[in-house]
Write a protein that binds this ligand. Structure first.
Ligand code: 1CP
Length: 338
């Protein structure tokens, strides 16, 4: 393991002692930061930022420099993997991601092409690693197979992902075959991220909560388990948003951390061997500083001492004032375990 000046995140994930919880925020490299918007304007668009390792590296470092978080997360998107195996996307300003040719046929899928667009993210990781030196851990990430399958087959974002879900019930064999291919590519991609210098991995299963417990057991967990079995050189955090019902099964995976959203109490995780991450409701960050402090402290006290990575329960929203994010970070960093 790399010797880092601030290794709080890795210590908690390894079950080692810490004086306070580490803190970072999902979507911390994003639109709430004026400096991010400035780089996006320079780049021309979100897609052009993804395609340019220097821009991606620059915005990755912004939260570390501006907010002093305890970990950086590489600026990229879970959807680059979908494109790299054959289902390209566009990012439309008001609408979000759109896939002109949604996945319908397995012949559309090919193996992960690390030399195509994934190369940009891998180069950005190398660049961030050089700039960060040994200051902080760098988190790499990928979408969980179910969430990537959901976007690829739905053809866009959605509240219900009903087209994607209907496939599970109408074409179980096709769904499993597609999920297997996504899983294999994800393992290749994550191991390449580790080769380039990430210290930990987060798997985002953003649409986990749309599935029934039975469908989650059938179509999501086996593929998460396979990734956890094959990505072993750095600790893996599994964040399955909305999947409180699957926590006991997620706890059986060989992952080092489990992310919780704000609907899920850490009390549901008693006896788990993993570190827990989360889970302040991002909307708390719209309140005044006293309220932010109070709610953050309340959240910190609900988690087991020394086994907690402080975070929001989901990504930070674009219209949250930076000072409020700063109050959240500072409150965690002033909290010492007895
Ligand atoms: O306009 C812009 O600048 C684009 C906004 C944006 C950003 C900053 C998008 C579009 N993606 C990202 C970066 C991003 N995406 C990161 C960077 C690192 C960081 O966290 O700081 C990460 C980890 C993601 C992951 C991601 N992308 C997820 C999983 C996490 C989550 O929030 O649940 C998902 C679902 C996406 C898809 C995506 N990317 C962007 C949009 C608008 C969407 C669609 C969301 C939806 O369907 O509602």
């Amino acid at each position: 393991m790399r010797q880092l000046q601030n290794d709080l995140l890795l210590r908690v994930l390894a079950g080692r002692s810490v004086s306070r919880p580490p803190v970072w925020m999902m979507r911390q490299a994003g639109r709430y930061l004026p400096e991010y918007l400035h780089v996006r304007k320079q780049a021309g668009s979100f897609r052009q930022m993804l395609a340019n390792p220097s821009y991606a590296a620059e915005v990755t470092l912004q939260p570390a420099d501006i907010l002093g978080v305890d970990a950086a997360i590489i600026f990229s998107d879970i959807l680059v993997l979908a494109e790299a195996i054959g289902v390209p996307f566009q990012m439309e300003e008001q609408k979000g991601p759109v896939f002109p040719t949604p996945l319908q046929d397995l012949a559309q899928l090919h193996e992960a092409n690390l030399d195509a667009n994934l190369k940009h993210t891998l180069l950005a990781i190398e660049e961030v690693r050089r700039s960060l030196g040994n200051r902080l851990p760098l988190i790499g990430f990928a979408g969980a197979p179910w969430t990537i399958f959901a976007y690829m087959t739905e053809g866009s974002g959605s509240k219900t992902f009903s087209k994607a879900k209907s496939l599970l019930y109408r074409s179980s064999q096709f769904s499993h075959q597609a999920l297997e291919k996504i899983t294999t590519a994800t393992i290749t991609y994550l191991n390449a991220q580790i080769d380039c210098g990430v210290d930990a991995i987060q798997l985002f299963d953003s649409w986990a909560g749309l599935l029934s417990p039975e469908a989650y057991t059938q179509y999501a967990l086996p593929y998460l388990a396979e990734i956890c079995r094959q990505v072993t050189r750095v600790p893996v955090i599994v964040f399955a948003k909305g999947a409180f019902f699957a926590l006991p099964e997620i706890a059986t995976l060989s992952c080092a951390g489990i992310g919780l959203d704000w609907n899920t109490s850490p009390a549901y995780c008693q006896g788990f061997k993993q570190a827990l991450q989360g889970n302040l409701d991002p909307c708390v960050l719209y309140a005044d500083p006293e309220k932010i402090q109070q709610e953050t402290l309340k959240m910190l006290k609900t988690f087991p001492a020394g086994r907690h990575i402080a975070n929001l329960g989901h990504g930070i929203y674009p219209d949250i004032p930076v000072e409020n994010a700063q109050t959240f970070i500072k409150t965690v960093q002033s909290f010492l375990y007895p």
